[in-house]
Design a protein around this ligand. Structure first.
Ligand code: KIV
Length: 275
């Protein structure tokens, strides 16, 4: 059955964990859909993992539509959430509505995600009122990396922790159906999770959240430019890929690939007529 915002809410109410991973292409989305993941986030982390940027700042709405549509084509039951990239919603409510609409119409998103708390609540309300579910994102919000001065744990002081609680309540009040909590102390995430009636999805926020998300290349060991402390490697796919590439190079170099069974036949009498 297709996962929707109702699946998220029911999971919170029944104490069942919500599973999310990022994906950016059709083949990976199909594998995750087959595995039974609840939701895929087409994250603007694609700027790092797919496009090789050092941050998410340069990612465009067009990038998100391109990858969102590919992921959507691979998903039967998995809900698809597409990130709103930097400056596609901060500038005005009008921009936020137009761009969220494009992510849904052209990128086939089932929901959008945007970063920020009280400062983007008007956008969250307007987008939700337009019929587009919004996932909020608090804590270490990568689009604000230049304000934070790097990838740092957020919410450690009393003031910062209180602001995160207030922001979480504000995005819920504005209509968000869920909120990602990134890189905040586990005990603070527990408090926020208990205070909210909408689910929290943690990444570097401990086991007390209602669900978890990871960047798939991180959890499969395919991306090592930067490995955050909270990442667990569930497989070493990068090593498997490298071994496959090496074997291919070796066999092509030695002439053992392609072998007889990989080639196509033609009748000898056709060959005889050629000049
Ligand atoms: O862009 C992304 O992948 C994200 C997750 C890390 C939550 O926002």
């Amino acid at each position: 059955m297709k996962n929707t915002v109702r699946t998220f809410q029911a999971a919170k109410e029944n104490g069942e964990k919500i599973t999310m991973l990022t994906a950016y292409d059709y083949s990976t989305a199909k594998l995750m859909d087959d595995a039974g993941i609840n939701a895929i986030l087409v994250g603007d982390s694609l700027g790092n993992t797919m496009l090789g940027y050092e941050d998410t700042i340069s990612v465009t709405v067009e990038d998100m539509i391109h990858h969102g549509a590919a992921v959507s084509r691979g998903c039967k039951n998995t809900m698809v959430v597409v990130d709103m990239p930097f400056m596609s919603y901060q500038t005005s409510i009008y921009d936020a509505l137009v761009n969220a609409g494009r992510l849904m119409k052209e990128g086939r998103a089932n929901a959008v995600k945007l970063e920020g708390g009280a400062s983007v609540c008007e956008q969250i309300k307007a987008i939700t009122d337009a019929g587009i579910p919004v996932m909020a994102h608090l804590g270490l919000t990568p689009q604000s990396i230049n304000v934070f001065g790097g990838n740092r744990v957020q919410g450690k002081s009393e003031e910062a922790a209180q602001k995160l609680i207030d922001d979480a309540l504000a995005v819920q009040e504005a209509g968000a159906f869920a909120v990602v909590l990134e890189c905040i102390p586990a005990k603070l995430a527990d408090i926020i999770t208990k205070k909210l009636s909408i689910p929290t999805i943690g990444i570097g926020a401990g086991a007390g959240c209602d669900g978890q998300i990871l960047v798939y290349q991180d959890m499969l060991g395919m991306f090592s430019d930067y490995v955050p402390k909270f990442v667990k490697r569930f497989a070493e796919v990068g090593e498997v890929m490298k071994a496959g590439f090496n074997d291919y190079i070796k066999e092509v170099s030695e002439g053992t690939y392609p072998a007889e069974e990989h080639t196509f036949k033609i009748d000898d009498d056709v060959l005889e007529k050629l000049y």
